[in-house]
Ligand binder design. Structure first.
Ligand code: IVH
Length: 680
């Protein structure tokens, strides 16, 4: 029997969706959020709970539904409503002048021409279809006529609007067409790409050569949950098809797309002469590294879209637009040696030592070879001449060897059986491409672990970088991170380059780090998969290293944001006697091992109770929530039958209050909560 849904729940769900969509847009499209992450999370949580209570209310454009689809068997092919054209290239100002001359000849004399210039995004073209404002289909370009349907994957891209217009109070210059097909480019920001690759490497999973490949690989996943975990972005720049009026110029199209809520780059310009266009494009050659994404050129478009259409198409490229390509950041050089780097987690990564070469303004001496599988596939040998590419400010990588230039003296590379740092045999997990050194005492790993422990996101010990860490390890002064706290001035003075002042500064920095918050220490320990975010969750939940060390795998998995892999890594880390010893040493040294508000020892007075907070309390809500959680309770975003108490502050919200009344949930004030915390 269908239960009737209270009117106020329906209204609340609608309001939450509008609000969340708007905040998504502020965050991902405008880059200017107006609420905190915690506030955003609370809205999402409330919506999720309401939708769980009333599944009939779930709609495809609900922000909770970005990831919902099951893995697909394969991709379905879809025909585009109009050909998805590519672009002709220009490599110089003269090429652009010649282009304008060519098109002028095809137009009636004195046709006024102006131009719009946009970055040429180096990503993956996507074609997005909206029906009555709802995102119904997304496809790849394919061959320009037929692409692959990747709707479920594209839904996970946060800046892609699931419904347009995003802000309903916006005035549109045209009525929204029933059907609107938009073209854009999906990509990964350079910074996100680096972080993503680093994480992949730590997990022993596939890394990508550049942001473009990472974006393409992420969108061509059969399981949308994988796509959802990848930091993808989108920029839109054209209307492919519409069954209603659309803007007559490219400039207005970009403004219109932006009004509808599509992400549109702000790096666009309009000019009346090709000379201005050329100056602008050339200026971008130098500035390309300031863009957060990779651009391989600028696209110059005839602004008047009727004129552009009139110009027609040659082959697969429209005459009305052209790509001004940036000079390639490629070079050839010689591989002098292939060496292996040992990471903090013991991963062995091969890299090439190169004959120094300049590309795009920097001298390159080394290039990563990613992993041994990649190296074998490319068959890079010592002595090879290779093509080297630098993309954005990304670390240069080797495209491959020029095999025609080989003279027979090249030495094929054999991956090591032993760690180059400690000489212990290496370990190859059967289901990973990574190769590990699993010797806990390996000096190279130790150096990296110490530098990581001391780094910004962890214990922040100033001046303790890799160089100093290496000296300390080499001298046998430090065998684990805890030894740092037992260093003396004499120890440091024995190191090369250390005089009084430098030694004192380092000792002071080490001393100052003793009182860092628990999550920083947890991060610094370098437990696999425990980065800043997970560390914070764990610190908040357990309140002390000791409590965390006692936690079982099952218990850890119950925590939101902690999956089985993290849970297992944490349990395994604390099982090792060496790690227990480190914690003991840290304790003896006086390093803080508890959160600022220690958890109650003994019974947890709020065990099994679920709280909802409404209105303003004497402290920020997340502090109150942390307090409740430390005492064994749970805090959720909206009132349901499972709620034990509603905590009512000043000017409480209407919905939670009414709902609690309807369901007969007891309401308490802050004072009563405090009494409960004390076990009264
Ligand atoms: S306009 C008729 N604008 O570059 C419209 N394309 O090498 C033709 N691209 O396949 C495309 N940024 O996917 C246009 N701002 C931009 C672009 C852009 C990247 C891609 C596009 C095309 C490729 C051509």
């Amino acid at each position: 029997m269908a239960k009737t849904i209270p009117e106020d729940v329906i209204r609340r769900v609608e309001a939450l969706r509008r609000e969340i969509n708007y905040h998504n847009y502020r965050y991902y499209v405008l880059n200017s959020p107006v609420i905190t992450d915690a506030e955003y999370d609370a809205l999402m949580q409330e919506l999720r709970e309401l939708e769980a209570a009333y599944p009939e209310l779930v709609t495809p454009d609900s922000p909770t539904q970005r990831v919902g689809a099951e893995p697909a068997e394969g991709f379905v092919r879809v025909r585009h409503p109009a050909p998805i054209l590519s672009l002709d290239n220009a490599f110089s100002g003269d090429d652009l002048r010649a282009w304008v001359e060519r098109i002028r000849k095809l137009l009636p004399p004195d046709t006024p021409l102006d131009f719009v210039v946009e970055p040429k995004f180096d990503g993956l073209t996507v074609v997005l279809t909206y029906e009555d404002g709802l995102f119904v289909q997304g496809a790849t370009r394919g061959d320009g006529e037929v692409g692959e349907e990747i709707t479920a994957n594209l839904r996970t891209v946060r800046s892609l609007p699931l419904r347009i217009p995003v802000a309903e109070d916006r005035e549109l210059p045209y009525p929204l067409p029933h059907r609107l097909v938009v073209r854009g480019e999906a990509l990964m920001f350079i910074e996100d790409f680096r972080r993503f690759n680093r994480e992949q490497e730590e997990k022993g999973e596939k890394t990508f050569a550049n942001p473009r490949n990472a974006a393409a690989g992420s969108l061509r996943q059969l399981d949308p949950r994988i796509t959802a975990s990848r930091p993808l972005r989108l920029y839109c720049y054209a209307i492919v098809d519409a069954d209603g009026p659309t803007p007559p110029t490219q400039w207005e199209t970009l403004a219109y797309l932006r009004t509808l809520g599509f992400p549109v780059t702000e790096h666009i310009a309009r000019f009346d002469t090709i000379e201005e266009v050329i100056a602008y494009c050339e200026a971008w050659i130098e500035k390309r590294d300031t863009l957060p994404f990779e651009a391989d050129g600028m696209v110059v478009k005839v602004n008047d879209l009727r004129v552009a259409a009139q110009l027609g198409v040659v082959g697969k490229a429209p005459r009305g637009a052209i790509a001004f390509k940036f000079p390639a950041r490629e070079a050839t050089t010689k591989v002098l040696d292939i060496r292996v780097n040992v990471g903090r987690t013991g991963v062995l990564t091969p890299y090439a030592v190169l004959e120094p070469v300049r590309i795009g303004g920097v001298t390159v001496r080394k290039a990563t070879l990613h992993n041994f599988e990649d190296l074998a596939r490319k068959d890079v040998r010592i002595g090879d001449t290779v093509i080297l590419k630098r993309a954005g400010d990304v670390i240069p990588y080797i495209v491959g060897p020029i095999k025609d230039l080989r003279d027979g003296d090249e030495v094929p590379y054999a991956p090591p059986d032993r760690c180059p740092s400690c000489g212990e045999p290496v370990f190859r997990p059967p289901d990973e491409v990574a190769v590990y050194c699993i010797n806990a005492a390996c000096p190279a790993q130790l150096v990296r672990r110490i530098a990581y422990f001391a780094s910004r996101g962890a214990m922040e010990i100033e001046t303790l970088g890799e160089k100093t860490a290496a000296l300390l390890v080499e001298r046998g002064l430090v065998r684990d991170v805890a030894d740092l706290y037992f260093l003396t001035k004499e120890d440091l003075l024995s190191l090369e380059g250390f005089a009084d002042k430098k030694a004192e500064n380092l000792l002071a920095a080490i001393e100052a780090s003793k009182d860092r918050p628990l999550e920083r220490l947890l991060t610094g320990l370098g437990i696999r998969y425990v980065g800043g975010v997970v560390a914070e969750i764990l610190a908040r939940h357990y309140g002390s290293i000791e409590a965390l060390a006692q936690a079982s795998q099952e218990e850890l998995e119950q925590i939101e944001g902690v999956g089985p892999r993290i849970a297992q890594a944490v349990v395994q880390w604390f099982q090792r006697p060496r790690h227990r010893e480190i914690i003991e040493k840290l304790r003896r040294a006086g390093v803080r091992l508890t959160a600022e508000r220690p958890v109650e020892e003994g019974p947890k007075p709020l065990e099994g109770l679920t709280f909802v907070i409404t209105g303003t309390l004497s402290r920020p809500r997340d502090e109150i929530a942390a307090l409740i959680e430390q005492h064994g309770g749970r805090v959720t975003g909206s009132v349901s039958r499972r709620t034990s108490y509603l905590i009512v502050g000043e000017s409480p919200g209407g919905t939670k209050y009414r709902r609690a009344q309807e369901l007969g949930i007891p309401m308490i004030g802050e004072a009563e909560l405090m009494a409960m915390l004390e076990g009264r």
